[in-house]
Design a protein around this ligand. Structure first.
Ligand SMILES: CC(C)(COP(=O)(O)OP(=O)(O)OC[C@H]1O[C@@H](n2cnc3c(N)ncnc32)[C@H](O)[C@@H]1OP(=O)(O)O)[C@@H](O)C(=O)NCCC(=O)NCCS
Length: 230
């Protein structure tokens, strides 16, 4: 967004106006330098993953590297993880923050701008659109049918299942310890400890197990006609 200078501003005020933007720009430059430094540092990890992928396939090679990257604490850890996933995922935006202990199980995730994922979360094959906030100890699974259960003569672990890709829509907030097994729309809130078993429409605030819509964030309090995650 471009900041407009009010017509009544004096020269002195104009100077202050410009000066106020300098620290922000400086911060952005430092962040960019940090990002490129981290991207350089994690190159051996990315190369290690790519070599393992050739030998074992991506689904076997990837989780170990994600677990290793999850172990770096603090801000340095956030930079290193962001850098590793920047190399490995189809998309990991430079504004994303993935906290300590959080692991991904698939290398096909997409992480949007300003996404935040709290500590000790487990994420499957997911797209987190821009501005998504994920609390701590959240589990986002690929649906609920990872194993077939129809047959009794074959162990469950040998029965094929389905792994749908899950999308969490832009500007959605997932509360602590939620379990998400279906798509969640844009601008939603999912209550702490909720279990999402069915797609949640845009603008919904949903909570409980199974998660039910308790209200909508629209002005009318009704579902939006703009579309949903279904
Ligand atoms: C979902 C949430 C935003 C709802 O807040 P709210 O709109 O103020 O809703 P209310 O507190 O008025 O509750 C409305 C109803 O939903 C229920 N409810 C609220 N949150 C719930 C939850 N997490 N699980 C189950 N039910 C919940 C309330 O008990 C209440 O039920 P009632 O009408 O039968 O009394 C909030 O409860 C929540 O879970 N926030 C996430 C907090 C969090 O995880 N923070 C850390 C991560 S950053």
């Amino acid at each position: 967004m471009r900041l407009e200078r009010p017509a009544s501003f004096t020269t002195r005020q104009t100077h202050c106006f410009r000066g106020g933007r300098r620290p922000k720009r400086m911060k952005q430059v430092l962040k960019k330098i940090g990002d490129w430094l981290a991207r350089t540092l994690v190159v051996p990890c990315a190369v290690g993953y790519w070599c393992a992928r050739v030998l074992f396939g991506s689904n076997k090679a990837f989780p170990g590297w994600s677990q290793l990257m999850s172990l770096f604490p603090g801000l340095i850890g956030i930079y290193l993880r962001r850098a590793f996933y920047w190399w490995v995922f189809p998309r990991c935006d430079s504004g994303a923050a993935i906290c300590f202990g959080t692991v991904f199980s698939h290398p096909t995730c997409s992480i949007g701008r300003n996404v935040y994922v709290g500590v000790f979360s487990c994420l499957g094959d997911v797209t987190l659109e821009d501005d998504v906030l994920v609390g701590s100890h959240v589990s986002i699974m690929n649906g609920s049918g990872q194993h077939g259960t129809a047959r009794l003569d074959v162990p469950i672990r040998e029965q094929p299942g389905v792994w749908p890709h899950i999308t969490i829509g832009r500007d959605t907030w997932i509360g602590d310890r939620a379990i998400v097994m279906a798509n969640v729309g844009r601008h939603c809130v999912i209550g702490a400890g909720s279990v999402v078993t069915k797609p949640i429409p845009d603008f919904a605030v949903a909570a409980g197990s199974p998660a039910k819509v308790i209200r909508y964030r629209t002005e009318s309090g009704e579902p939006s006609s703009v579309g949903n995650a279904g």
